[in-house]
Write a protein that binds this ligand. Structure first.
Ligand code: HXC
Length: 265
């Protein structure tokens, strides 16, 4: 287990011997509301986990009670536009740093994932949810709109009509509705949540780390560009993987009818 928690006030980071790191929001008195300090800590943790070669996959969670109730309304209430542009505008890169970790990142969501909390789940590669999970973008009910990717990542994931329903009404959606709209990968009882997330992580990281990083980059870059630019990017990554030991090992193992032993290089 990792010991780097001393540097975080609102996060707990644990690493196990399988190479799966768990990043847990820990601000229970405010339903894990994301204040500037917590968002900055997310960015620092993302940098740390991205660099750490012993970490093969990351699970982002808020624990069993609540994922995150969104941006810290009490912190934001008295702010004006320049404050938001300067402070939040810069610090929201913490979310992008999580999105850019070149390893599988899985959100394990239980309870409310609202506003910035929902947006945090959206920067993860996949979302595993408990039966108690509730997603929503209630910003409109506060006189604002989603500000950490909700108007951009949500429609790319579930389509513009469903995203607009969530964003325009501010309504909460139960986990089954979210599963149906493709927001959530799987739904399990709350006591199975972390094991389900770890199992999904294991199914990813038994594959080679370089191929995983390329696969993630291709999907993420491709979602942000036109088809032919994305295809060109994919072609380069695909070809470059033929310079890795893992490609030689993977194909040789198939031919020899054995399991591959990937090294991540
Ligand atoms: C600050 C919050 C908070 C939030 C809860 N709390 N959510 N504080 N910001 N987003 C605090 C409450 O004020 C309260 O503090 C304590 O946490 C417990 O909350 P309750 O409301 O009593 O709990 P409960 O009845 O269980 O209801 C949970 C809830 C509700 C449904 C999640 O708290 C809620 O609706 N929260 C706001 C959700 C929201 O609107 N999110 C969007 C935020 S804007 P006290 O001191 O009374 O104990 C946004 C944009 C961000 O996300 C963009 C950048 C990240």
């Amino acid at each position: 287990m990792g010991m780097e928690n001393a540097e975080f006030r609102y996060l707990v980071v644990e690493r196990d011997e399988e190479g799966i790191a768990v990043l847990r929001l820990n601000r229970p008195e405010a339903r894990n509301a994301l204040n500037l300090e917590l968002i900055a800590e997310l960015g620092r943790a993302a940098d740390m986990l991205a660099r750490d070669d012993t970490v093969r996959a990351v699970i982002v969670t808020g624990g069993e009670e609540v994922f995150a109730a969104g941006g810290d309304i009490k912190e934001m209430a008295g702010k004006y536009a320049p404050d938001m542009l300067n402070a939040y505008g810069a610090d929201l890169s913490g979310f992008e740093k999580i999105e850019r970790i070149p390893k599988p990142v899985i959100a394990a969501v239980s309870g409310y994932a609202l506003g910035g909390g929902c947006e945090l789940a959206l920067v993860c590669d996949m979302i595993v949810a408990s039966e108690t999970a509730v997603f929503g973008m209630p910003e409109i009910t506060l006189g604002i709109i989603p500000g950490a990717g909700g108007t951009q990542r949500l429609p790319r994931l579930v389509g513009p009509h469903r995203a607009k329903e969530m964003i325009f009404t501010g309504s909460f959606f139960d986990v089954h509705a979210c599963r149906e709209m493709g927001l959530v990968n799987s739904v399990v009882p709350v006591e199975r949540l972390m094991e389900e997330a770890k199992e999904l992580a294991r199914r990813c990281i038994r594959n080679g780390a370089v191929a995983l990083a390329c696969a993630k980059a291709c999907v993420n870059e491709g979602m942000n560009t036109d088809l032919y630019t994305g295809l060109a990017y994919e072609r380069k990554c695909f070809s470059l993987l033929f310079s890795t030991e893992d490609q030689k090992e993977g194909m040789q193992a198939f031919i020899e009818k054995r399991k591959p032993a990937f090294k991540g290089r």
